[in-house]
Design a protein around this ligand. Structure first.
Ligand SMILES: [Zn+2]
Length: 660
């Protein structure tokens, strides 16, 4: 007999509090359809391991066995707040759903890893088989991702003593039963596996990005549940911005349990005005300049994405509304027709699908360090052009409009258009055509075995491009995540050595392309507060060869929406670290050892059919401007002990971010 493709498991779509009314119970209790895998009691599968130890009660709860016949036959255990085994099942279902969604969008497997310091100054990048998930990790109003332990920890707590929302005063609220919270925490972990440097607060957008990206995925994810979307569309008569609509509300039970006058932990489509009435959230471009704490600043990005969502939705359903209203565009009083509910829900679902695919895929079009919201917009636009060259549905246009209305406009572009927002291929980086040609050849030389002879005279080491190509093919064929990890590390090493050799010949151009600088780096800027010119010099690293990292080297297969054609891409990230000595400067006395680690580098996307660089996304390590901004930002926040902990790369940045 063939293995089944899917496993069906029952669970909540919102959270348990939502089932408290009869009408909602039906839409809240849904079936999660997840990719089939054999599991051990826990559940414990290929990617995750649920460990139900409760340190408060000092006990292990009995783990659920999903392979048990009765459990299998009944789509898992039925939703129950009182049965820890159901909690485990719910967390497993939600988490596996999100992992599948990311893998589909990224065209590759999610691989957990972490960097460990083997001995002082010596780091090792190690593969971690399973992310550990603790559904009852603490008695606290908190849940977080721990990069250090590679684990998700969920708390539980008593609801406030007042009647609030659907919570019974003093009842227990389990954060692990809120899919929003589970998706949010898991997204932190996945984002960290793709971009390990995004948890470093080098600018005000960085931690805000981690938060907002996790919220965006959590909110979009629930549109996959048809009954839930239909119910919400019915209740709000098709208007996403109606106060009746809960699709823009995150962690409803958690928020209501914190205080009686909260609608949810965070709401992105509606908000209370000064008189306490619920009104649609209006774009406010000034907020991007004034809000600094990671949650409220992150809220701007979520709002911008959801503003694009509502714009698209309104645009796409206008014809349906006209048809249903005899051309007036204003629906008659009362419930809307069930057929209309279905059609409207379908539109909303399709938009959510497309948006989440593009948001996830945009991660591959981000710089490796020091991301800001403008960069993310450029990544979104580029990812969307790649996926959907014609923009039939108007997604790009909606993103452009909504991000502008929220004041998120990248600084260094000439016009606010798709063309100028897209990241640039090589040609637009260099004015001199000869430089472009030389660099192109250098890149092709690294990857294309057919042209090795042309360059052998320049290459001191033996050409390894056959190995590169074979290694990429092995990775694309392989299914075992541990083998993929090992092979990718090997590939990065080979590519590193090949580029290393090239720096001799293409020094400045290669450095410019990869955001690196191997001469002594000179930073120079004017500090307004002290009215002084500030100069730093970072000497060239000792040794013959420059020191840099090929952090990532992953081949992926991508399909586009137009003809379904598959193309092969290689995504690489290059990183260089410059250690800036702050002694005897106005920055002395703030950072450990008076050293600041400045990082730069690039993400390169290479078309594996032609070995041409499609995009280069660069953050120059030698940028005086970036260093000034980073130091100023750190100084501002170091005065505040809470922020300082976040910025100083505390081992548990997300624990501090999420505590209430
Ligand atoms: Zn978070």
């Amino acid at each position: 007999m063939n293995k089944p493709s899917y496993r069906k498991l029952r669970g909540y779509a919102f959270d348990p509090s939502f089932s408290s009314t009869i009408g909602r119970r039906q839409s809240n209790e849904v079936i999660y359809k997840i990719r089939w895998e054999e599991t051990e009691p826990g559940p414990c599968g290929e990617y995750i391991e649920i460990i139900d130890y409760d340190p408060t009660k000092e006990c292990f709860y009995e783990p659920v066995n999903l392979e048990n016949n009765y459990v299998l036959a009944d789509y898992g255990l039925s939703p129950s707040e009182g049965d820890p085994r159901f909690h485990q099942q719910q967390v497993y279902a939600v988490a596996m759903n999100v992992i599948a969604q990311f893998e589909k969008a990224l065209g590759r497997k999610i691989i957990w890893s972490r960097t460990v310091e083997e001995e002082p100054g010596k780091y090792k990048h190690e593969f971690i088989n399973r992310l550990r998930i603790y559904p009852h990790a603490m008695r606290q109003q908190n849940a977080f991702y721990s990069p250090d332990k590679l684990a998700l920890l969920f708390g539980y707590f008593l609801a406030s003593e007042n009647w609030s929302g659907n919570n019974v005063p003093g009842s227990v609220v389990f954060t692990c039963l809120s899919p929003d919270i589970v998706v949010h925490e898991l997204t932190h972990a996945i984002l960290d596996s793709v971009h390990p440097y995004f948890k470093k607060g080098t600018n005000p957008d960085m931690l805000a990005f981690h938060e907002s990206f996790s919220d965006i995925i959590a909110l979009l994810q629930r549109f996959t549940f048809i009954p839930l979307v239909e119910e919400q569309i019915r209740n709000s008569r098709g208007d996403l911005l109606s106060p009746q609509n809960l699709l823009g509300d995150l962690a409803i039970q958690f928020g209501q349990a914190l205080s009686s006058n909260r609608r949810a932990l965070r709401s992105f489509l509606v908000q209370y005005d000064d008189e306490g009435n619920l009104v649609p959230v209006e774009p406010d471009p000034s907020k991007y300049h004034t809000l600094t704490d990671p949650h409220s600043r992150g809220g701007i990005l979520v709002a911008a994405v959801f503003n694009a969502f509502t714009r698209l939705y309104r645009y796409r359903v206008a014809d349906l509304i006209r048809l249903a209203s005899n051309g007036s565009g204003i629906l008659a009083q009362g419930e809307i027709h069930p057929d209309l509910v279905k059609r409207l829900s379908n539109e909303a679902r399709e938009i959510a699908d497309q948006l989440s695919l593009i948001c996830i895929r945009a991660l591959d079009y981000c710089p490796p360090v020091d991301l800001n919201f403008g960069d993310f917009l450029r990544a979104l636009i580029t990812a969307d052009v790649e996926y959907n060259p014609e923009d039939e549905g108007g997604l790009r246009f909606a993103l452009l409009e909504s991000f502008r209305s929220w004041g998120i406009v990248p600084k260094d572009i000439n016009t606010y258009s798709v063309e100028s927002l897209m990241w640039k291929p090589l040609e637009e980086f260099f004015e001199d055509e000869d430089q472009v040609l030389a660099l192109k050849k250098a890149i092709q030389y690294v990857f294309n075995p057919d042209i090795k002879r042309v360059y052998t005279s320049m290459d001191k080491a033996s050409p390894k491009n056959d190995e590169v190509v074979k290694s990429m093919e092995r990775i694309l064929r392989e299914n075992n995540r541990s083998t993929i990890f090992k092979e990718s590390r090997k590939l990065s090493g080979i590519v590193h050595d090949m580029f290393d050799g090239k720096f001799e010949y293409f020094k400045e151009n290669m450095e410019k392309l990869l955001g690196m600088d191997f001469r002594p780096i000179r930073y120079s800027f004017f500090d307004e507060r002290s009215n002084q010119q500030v100069d730093f010099e970072v000497p060239r690293t000792e040794g013959i060869n420059p020191v840099f990292q090929v952090y990532k080297c992953v081949p992926v297969i991508r399909h586009n929406s137009l003809n379904g054609n598959a193309s092969k891409l290689l995504i690489m990230t290059f990183l260089q670290k410059a250690e800036v000595d702050l002694k005897n400067t106005l920055y002395q006395g703030y950072f450990p050892g008076d050293k600041y680690e400045m990082r730069g580098g690039a993400t390169l996307l290479i078309d594996l059919a032609t070995y041409e660089i499609k995009y280069a996304i660069v953050k120059n390590v030698g940028s005086s401007n970036r260093l000034k901004n980073q130091l100023d930002y750190a100084m501002e926040n170091l005065n505040d002990p809470e922020n300082a902990a976040l910025l100083m790369q505390d081992a548990e940045p997300f624990a501090a971010l999420h505590s209430h």
